[in-house]
Design a protein around this ligand. Structure first.
Ligand SMILES: *Cc1c(COP(=O)(O)O)cnc(C)c1O
Length: 343
């Protein structure tokens, strides 16, 4: 079975498992795990941040960073289809008393004027004060789109001048970096807090990281424990993440190339299903409206032929390429998709 439901479906390779087996460990709640400590320092340095905090999930890294920026009763602004708004089950409201307002952007692509126009910092006793703006790069439900660095910079500067913080949900910032050539440190410059995932395209079995100033990360460490996510000999997982960053980062370019091939092949049937120009990285979003079939119908058809895809909306299907999907499987997947789309 070929699986394009997500880039989270990858499994650890033999060399990654060897690194896991050999990892030095200690009790990380006591700060004693050398592999975790080294990973936190390494990733923080990559993004030009003072400190990092290893977390089991990207959602937790997002939540810890958002609560460090936004007080209960204040708001964070985010794009209407962003992960923090749609896919974290209301965690910011549930755990941190944070309210949200959204703006809508085609393909999730950032226009800095949109959040800055609706922002209301220090709104006084009647209106909700905006404390932070969250951006997502790449934008998952936007189809893996890369936010142009100029727009991020403009947003950061506009927000700073209004006393508003920027959180970057960088679950796939690695893909943005490889696709755009913009340095990780450059992305780090224009965010007060960042979350990154090792468990997506990089192919680690689990793990994410929150990145910020030492002060914010020290406080987030307390909140991580309070949430029940203080972990012990977790160096075995940090070792996998470290291996993934060293050995898998450059491979993302292959995932991007294969996503483009899928999009180009599908566009040959009907260009309104997908415009290959909108495929910047490893995600291919299909709009099936013109064909009059639902995403679930298409997913059922492809599954019967040996290909799993994601049905995310009534007419919206998603294909995500990853390191356990090779060129041969890409050819097979194209055959299956073409047959299923015209069936
Ligand atoms: C996957 C993802 C996350 C984190 O997801 P977890 O499953 O909690 O690790 C956060 N943001 C985006 C955009 C994602 O795609």
């Amino acid at each position: 079975m070929i699986d394009l439901r997500s880039d989270t479906v990858t499994t650890p390779s033999k060399p990654m498992r060897d690194v896991i087996a050999g990892a030095g460990v200690g009790d990380d709640v006591y700060g004693d795990d050398p592999t975790v400590n080294a990973l936190e320092e390494r990733i923080a340095a990559l993004f030009g941040k003072e400190a990092g905090l290893f977390t089991p999930t990207g959602s937790l890294a997002n939540q810890l960073m958002m609560r460090s920026l936004v007080q209960p009763g204040q708001e964070i602004l985010a794009e209407v289809n962003s992960h923090v708004v749609r896919a974290e089950l209301g965690a910011a409201a549930t755990f941190s008393g944070i309210t949200t307002r959204t703006w809508q952007a085609s393909f999730g692509l950032l226009n800095p004027d949109q959040p800055l126009e609706i922002a209301t910092p220090n709104a006084g006793p009647y209106l909700v004060s905006t404390a932070a703006i969250a951006i997502e790069n790449t934008h998952n439900f936007g189809g893996g789109t890369v936010q142009p660095i100029d727009h991020i910079k403009e947003l950061y500067e506009g927000a700073q001048s209004r006393g508003i913080a920027i959180h970057l949900d960088g679950a796939r910032i690695w893909n943005a970096h490889i696709a755009s050539g913009v340095g990780l440190t450059e992305y780090g410059k224009y965010a007060d807090t960042i979350s990154v995932c090792f468990s997506k395209g990089l192919g680690a079995p689990i793990g994410s990281m929150a990145l910020s100033s030492k002060e914010r990360i020290d406080s987030a460490r307390v909140w991580r424990k309070r949430y029940g996510a203080g972990m012990r000999q977790v160096g075995i997982l940090a070792a996998a993440a470290d291996y993934a960053v060293t050995h898998h980062l450059q491979d993302l370019a292959h995932d991007h190339r294969r996503a483009k091939s899928l999009a180009t092949a599908i566009a040959s049937i009907n260009s309104s299903i997908i415009d290959p120009l909108t495929v910047h990285t490893n995600i291919v979003g299909l709009n099936l409206k013109v064909l009059g079939i639902t995403a679930t119908e298409l997913a059922d058809r492809t599954k019967g032929k040996g290909l799993l895809i994601g049905a995310l909306g009534t007419h919206f299907a998603r294909l995500v390429t990853h390191r356990d999907f090779d060129d041969t499987q890409c050819d097979e997947a194209i055959d299956i998709l073409l047959n299923s789309l015209v069936a």
